[in-house]
Design a protein around this ligand. Structure first.
Ligand code: ZN
Length: 260
């Protein structure tokens, strides 16, 4: 489970079989609210984050609450606040379970109970995918510029077929940590990303921006081909912009630095 150290131990043993009801990932319906809770209503369908951090240790403060230093320290007279569903507190097979509001998330009406139960599990594979991709690139050792060029290529190709918001949702969770690990300047990286995606949106055969313009123009004489042709100069300007910012990352920060 943990390649970089021993797993969390409780009383010298692993955190299992401590007479808690099992059930790590689950969904449920809110049956009662604690004092001061107005974020949820009785009857809300919620999915449950599997850990609650103590909120105070170094790892929790860094957002790494699943490896909380107080993992499992809620036995006997000790309670440091960390919970791991089904291991160090009652889990999903219990009829009722107590959860901190930070660990429950409302489920949309069009999501089934079965899907809601799998949200955390599906998320886990995404975290794993992100670090697997990062490790692949960082360990196999191409230069940061080659990796950046690959990311720009992916953005560009995606820009040819899908819209920019979807591209960002798909790629930023994977690319941003990779760029940070490579030591790329974050603002210039973001500007390069926006330019690459927008350039893709102008590129045949599916350049969405071109079809949007075509749909907005009433004139039947102005065809898609013409709009593509007249957008070429802007496309070239964007490519020059990408190359310039990669070569001189300070460019992307120049205006913000002047303003603030
Ligand atoms: Zn903690």
């Amino acid at each position: 489970m943990t390649p970089n150290g021993t797993p969390a131990l409780i009383g010298g043993g692993p955190p299992f079989n401590k007479n808690f009801t099992p059930g790590h990932e689950y969904m449920g319906t809110v049956a009662a609210l604690g004092p001061g809770v107005d974020e949820f209503d009785i009857g809300d369908r919620v999915t449950v984050e599997i850990h609650a951090g103590c909120g105070q240790c170094k790892r929790c403060r860094q957002g790494m609450y699943t490896s909380c230093h107080n993992y499992g320290l809620n036995y006997g007279d000790v309670d440091k606040g960390h919970r791991a569903n089904g291991f160090t507190t009652d889990g999903g097979f219990a009829e009722y379970a107590v959860n901190n509001i930070n660990t429950v998330i409302k489920v949309p009406d069009d999501m089934s109970d079965e899907e809601a139960t799998l949200v955390v599990t599906a998320g886990t594979s995404m975290y794993g995918l992100t670090s697997a991709i990062q490790n692949f690139f960082l360990d196999s050792g191409p230069s940061p510029y080659v990796i950046l060029a690959l990311m720009v290529l992916v953005w560009f190709l995606l820009g040819m077929v899908i819209d920019s918001i979807s591209i960002m949702l798909l790629t930023v969770p994977i690319f941003e940590p990779l760029a940070a690990a490579l030591g790329l300047d974050r603002i210039s990286f973001a500007v390069v990303g926006i330019l690459a995606i927008e350039a893709g949106l102008l590129t045949p055969p599916f350049g969405l921006l071109v079809y949007t313009v075509k749909a907005a123009i009433e004139d039947p004489d102005v065809g898609v081909r013409e709009i593509f042709r007249y957008s070429i100069p802007y496309w070239i300007i964007m490519l020059i912009g990408i190359v310039s910012i990669v070569a001189l990352p300070g460019i992307a920060n120049y205006l913000p630095n002047q303003l603030f």
